[in-house]
Design a protein around this ligand. Structure first.
Ligand SMILES: N[C@@H](CCC(=O)N[C@@H](CS)C(=O)NCC(=O)O)C(=O)O
Length: 260
């Protein structure tokens, strides 16, 4: 039995759910970020982060580890390229999606869904546009003459898609005239069932009156998202957030069954 503690708004959960779909693996989905499920999530991940996979009692946290686990246990329909060099490239794009694109997109998203007392700090949107333009250009080049980022559909496409699907709404879109290959790739993704199903789930979640039932006044901050903010000069804003009590810190999560 496979149970995914996820959330339809979390790009990392969406990645894992798309891999489960791609591999045709039946699973139960629990919204780990819903207030009513906090204790259930804490029991499988003290960090209180989604996604978490429970496979017959084997608990796997962190999206890249979950995908690697699924690939190992369910090798049919591989999602990582077989060729070594292409495998390295796919992992690099997955890591870029998880640790470079996610922080930029998520850091500017707070003024769209969180309950904020302020407006977005001056220059933050511009910094996001500048950094994303570099990434869009690199991706556009990577996709020259290719349908998928690594040739065949792979984890690279699945990891990138959830982050890129929100960029228009956040006013940091890629541009069909400057990034024609990226634009064609995004259109191609939307025509594939696993990506179309992902968008449908996220839209249905956001349209539901109980959506975003989780914490919306305090922001859960972690490494990469803080790094991008500080690197772009927003340390004073961040310190003020801490002082005003609007920061939630992840709890210590140690991989030992005896850890308290
Ligand atoms: N490195 C983790 C990151 C997961 C992550 O950032 N999860 C966020 C949602 S996108 C989360 O659970 N945050 C807790 C919260 O918002 O309360 C992974 O790849 O799974």
């Amino acid at each position: 039995m496979l149970t995914l503690y996820g959330n339809a708004f979390s790009p990392f959960s969406r990645k894992v759910q798309m891999v489960l779909d791609y591999k045709g693996l039946d699973h139960e989905m629990i919204d780990g970020l819903a207030r009513t499920n906090r204790e259930r999530l804490a029991a499988v991940n003290k960090r209180l982060e989604v996604p978490v996979l429970d496979h017959d009692g084997v608990i796997v946290v962190n999206s890249a580890d979950i995908v690697a686990y699924l690939e190992r246990v369910f090798p049919e329909r591989p999602i990582y390229p077989r060729d070594d060099e292409t495998w390295v490239k796919a992992r690099a794009w997955e890591r870029c999606a998880d640790s470079v694109i996610d922080p930029i997109v998520v850091d500017i998203s707070y003024w769209h869904w969180a309950i904020r007392p302020d407006r977005m700090p001056e220059g933050l949107l511009h910094a996001a546009r500048t950094d994303l333009a570099t990434i869009y250009a690199a991706l556009d080049q990577e996709l020259e003459g290719r349908e998928w980022v690594c040739g065949e559909l792979s984890i690279a496409d699945i990891a990138l898609f959830p982050h890129l699907s929100g960029t228009r709404l956040l006013q940091v879109p890629f541009d069909p005239s400057r990034h024609p290959n990226l634009h064609a790739w995004y259109k191609r993704c939307r025509e594939e069932k696993i990506f179309a199903d992902d968008l449908r789930r996220t839209k249905a979640y956001l349209a539901h009156p109980d959506a975003m039932d989780g914490e919306r006044e305090k922001i859960f901050w972690r490494g990469d998202r803080i790094e991008w903010l500080l690197a772009r000069g927003y340390h004073e804003w961040f310190v003020n957030e801490i002082e005003e009590g609007r920061v939630l810190w992840p709890k210590l999560a140690i991989p030992a069954s005896t850890a308290a």
